[in-house]
Design a protein around this ligand. Structure first.
Ligand code: NIG
Ligand code: FE
Length: 379
């Protein structure tokens, strides 16, 4: 492939057996594709989504536009629990079919690695149904899909938090792990979710099953979950609007990735911004993801979220690009296999008819790559 003969950087690369096999000035190749001086970027990584769900929460959006808060709606039995009701009546096939257009919207923008969480089942059968739907999407889509078990997303009606967490830890997780239905585990630590004791219990259980943990932390209030999670060895802390200096310090010390979700911040009309300056100063890697879900971020566009990461959170264009490539991969423990164009890595890349990568966060809407390649195949 000839990428950019005019540019000062590398101008050619070769792909063989689905991987980048050479990068340089004049690499040998059996078949050459002239990309005509286009900008080539790694395949994009959307490292945090909940895109397998049924129904919608359009009426809640109307309530929130009228002044109700996300927490108020959740405490009144709406929010995540209303999606749980819809998911429980859907079949695995319904879920796959509803999710496909959302996944394809992301792929059209250049996403080649996609993470999807469960968390709208909240009992064994329905959590397994969601995870199986995610695995099926992985088989049907031409990109890499990673599944995360988020059984600890909300407390189902009629159960106490402690009772339900026991079920997640003692009953669901062993089956999820034994059936290889998840690549990671996640928990929502919040006043309307789970607490620090639950986090520590789930961390031990995930560890016993050899699964990495991630955490929804500091989205709506400061609970100290991100600092604690960093010390427990999670790969990423996600949301983080209310993270405090000691949380940032712990994440820096432990190499935890900060996943910023500006779509949820925007859609919920939050005002407290994550401490980007502090993350930058402390050398914490920042990722950005769509958080695509029906309640807090019905946004099937990683490019719009990158744009918002710049305009709302103050990331630079190059930080935003790293956030959806290298750092997104790191948030999933995939820094060795995704998010970068390098010899030996899977040949996931995107081709853009843009004067520079900065244009990705300049134009809002209507941008798509001219070509997307995953594992060396053009999609
Ligand atoms: O990442 N915060 C918790 N979970 C999701 C929202 C899920 C929902 O509202 O359906 C999030 O924002
Ligand atoms: Fe989320």
């Amino acid at each position: 492939m000839v990428a950019d003969p005019e540019a000062g950087g590398e101008s050619c690369f070769a792909v063989s057996d689905g991987r980048f096999s050479a990068i340089g000035e004049n690499v040998p190749a059996a078949r050459r594709v002239d990309l005509g001086g286009a900008t080539v970027l790694p395949g994009l990584v959307d490292c945090h989504t909940h895109l397998v769900y049924a129904g919608d929460r359009c009426s809640e959006h109307a309530l929130r536009l009228g002044g109700a808060s996300y927490e108020e709606i959740a405490r009144a039995g709406g929010g995540i629990l209303s999606t749980v009701e819809a998911v429980r009546t859907a079949t695995e096939t319904d879920l796959v079919e509803a999710a496909l257009p959302r996944a394809h919207a992301l792929i059209r923008e250049g996403v080649t690695v996609l993470e999807i969480k469960s968390g709208y089942g909240l009992d064994l059968d329905n959590e397994l149904k969601l995870l199986k739907a995610i695995r099926r999407l992985g088989e049907q889509l031409p990109i890499r899909v990673r599944a995360t078990f988020l059984g600890a997303h909300a407390v189902p009606p009629g159960r106490t938090r402690g009772e339900y967490l026991r079920e997640v830890v003692d009953e669901m997780l062993p089956i999820v792990a034994a059936e290889n239905l998840a690549d990671a585990v996640d928990i929502f630590v919040e006043t309307i979710g789970f607490d620090l004791t639950d986090l520590s219990e789930l961390a031990q259980a995930a560890d016993r099953h050899g699964l990495p943990l991630r955490v929804h932390a500091e989205q709506l209030s400061a609970m100290g979950a991100s600092g604690m999670a960093a010390r427990l060895g999670v790969t990423s802390c996600d949301h983080l609007e209310f993270a405090r200096p000691d949380d940032v310090a712990a994440m820096a010390e432990c190499g935890t990735v900060a996943v910023l979700l500006p779509g949820a911040f925007y859609f919920l009309r939050e005002t407290q911004r994550p401490p980007v300056e502090a993350f930058r100063g402390a050398g914490v890697r920042m990722a950005v993801a769509s958080d695509l879900n029906p309640g807090s971020s019905p946004i099937a566009s990683l490019l719009i979220c990158m744009h918002m990461a710049c305009t709302l959170f103050g990331l630079t264009a190059s930080e935003a690009l790293e956030a959806v490539t290298r750092h997104g991969a790191a948030a999933m423990g995939m820094e060795k296999t995704a998010g970068i164009v390098d010899v030996g890595r899977p040949a996931d890349f995107t081709v853009w008819d843009l004067p520079s990568p900065q244009h990705l966060v300049y134009q809002l809407g209507g941008l798509t790559p001219t070509a997307v390649y995953a594992g060396g195949n053009r999609l």
